[in-house]
Design a binder for this molecule. Structure first.
Ligand SMILES: Cc1cc2nc3c(=O)[nH]c(=O)nc-3n(C[C@H](O)[C@H](O)[C@H](O)COP(=O)(O)O)c2cc1C
Length: 372
């Protein structure tokens, strides 16, 4: 994946501080020189712990949840804003901003760069949520000239790559026209979610429309919409000619999809239930560490919708997973899967089904009791 991608001049427009003659490739160009897929920005999901798990599995880059430019600039001391704050050592994370006023966007870019160590800055042009609409997001698809102005202001405020993420249009497909305008305004990359704003998340993403955008501009285009497995990702990329695919909902509880695409595997098999349970538990631990809340009382709540996604084949655990409060609770619920059993006993367990045999139940209670 990523092979044969052309890197137009625009991608390398920012001069390297180390050399006058050979400008450093922009972030996106450098990342697209290797295979893999991108973690989508998802409000309520693509926070630091999810990004960390995706990055560890080889995601090309990750994108933050969208951050209001107005909130960032006028919101007082938001340096600790969890939406933008990186986890320790985070690299390759794009910060996504939304807004509609050039001065605010420019100031937000400068602030995001100073506070959040982004690898690049992305403009949200796709969010259809009404409260966002009036201030930017997909609203910009109705007035693309405003978006072009925003991109100009953002580029003037940073030497980092500036990109934009669009939908096909507001209610009809204007994606080629919008993408060409964005390219002229100087974006380094365009991501296209293959639905109109009116469609929200209904129907199917239109990958033919994404392909038309990819063919109409020379900056790299990333395609987004309805990719649930590595095989489909590879097929979509090949058929549409995009530089990479972006994966959102299909990566919730499944960071391994990035490993499969980074390493070119096609088996479609997920890791063992034990490995998935371990990662679910680790996700909970990262969550409490990042939000710095030892009790996890508040911070595990957002994870309740995520944890069952690690174990779709264990529906009997889902009700308990959606009620966890602490990391210890997660350990307790997952204990039947976390305990490494000797092969002789593991063979007796039903495959992918209920695991509450008497022996396992007793052992899990002991394990849960010893969990810190
Ligand atoms: C819960 C949720 C939150 C989202 N938040 C954002 C966002 O903050 N910014 C953005 O550009 N797109 C956002 N999206 C759109 C996704 O990035 C992606 O384009 C879309 O979900 C289609 O891809 P998928 O089928 O792989 O999920 C969100 C999608 C979902 C489901």
């Amino acid at each position: 994946m990523g092979e044969g991608v052309r890197y137009p001049e625009m991608m390398t427009a920012h001069a390297s501080p180390f050399s006058d003659s050979s400008p450093a490739p922009g972030f996106y160009a450098a990342r697209l020189s290797r295979p893999g897929a991108v973690l989508a920005p998802m409000a309520g999901y693509s926070d630091a712990p999810m990004r960390q798990l995706a990055a560890e599995q080889g995601a090309l880059w990750t994108v933050s949840e969208m951050i209001s430019a107005r909130g960032l600039v006028l919101g007082g001391d938001t340096e600790k804003l969890n939406l933008g704050r990186p986890y320790a050592g985070e690299q390759g994370r794009v910060v996504q901003l939304f807004g509609a006023e050039p001065e605010l966007l420019a100031a937000a870019v400068a602030r995001a760069e100073a506070w959040f160590v982004p690898a690049a800055i992305d403009l949200n042009m796709g969010c259809p949520v009404p409260k966002i609409r009036g201030k930017g997001g997909a609203c910009l698809l109705q007035t693309p000239e405003v978006a072009f102005e925003l991109v100009g202001a953002m580029r003037a405020a940073t030497a980092l790559d500036v990109s934009a993420k669009i939908r096909l249009g507001w209610d009809t497909d204007r994606s080629v026209e919008v993408a060409q305008g964005l390219e002229a305004a100087g974006v380094s990359l365009i991501t296209v979610h293959g639905r109109t704003s009116r469609q929200r998340y209904t129907g199917e993403a239109d990958w033919d429309a994404i392909a038309r955008v990819a063919a109409s501009v020379s900056v790299p285009v990333v395609g987004s919409g309805d990719i649930q497995d590595a095989q489909t990702a590879r097929q979509r990329q090949q058929d549409s000619g995009v530089a990479a695919v972006m994966i959102g909902r299909g990566s919730v509880g499944n960071p391994w999809i990035f490993r499969a695409l980074a390493e070119g595997q096609d088996s479609g098999e997920r890791p063992s239930a034990q490995a998935r349970a371990q990662t679910a538990l680790r996700h909970a631990e990262l969550q409490t560490q990042f939000y710095n809340d030892d009790t996890g009382r508040l911070t595990l709540r957002p994870l309740r919708k995520v944890l069952p996604r690690y174990l779709p084949d264990y529906p009997e655990l889902h009700a308990d997973l959606t009620q966890v409060i602490t990391v210890a609770d997660v350990g307790r619920v997952l204990a039947p899967l976390l305990i490494p059993l000797p092969d002789s006993l593991a063979d007796l367990l039903p495959q992918g089904g209920a695991v509450q045999t008497g022996a396992v139940s007793r052992a899990s209670t002991e394990y849960a009791g010893s969990y810190p």
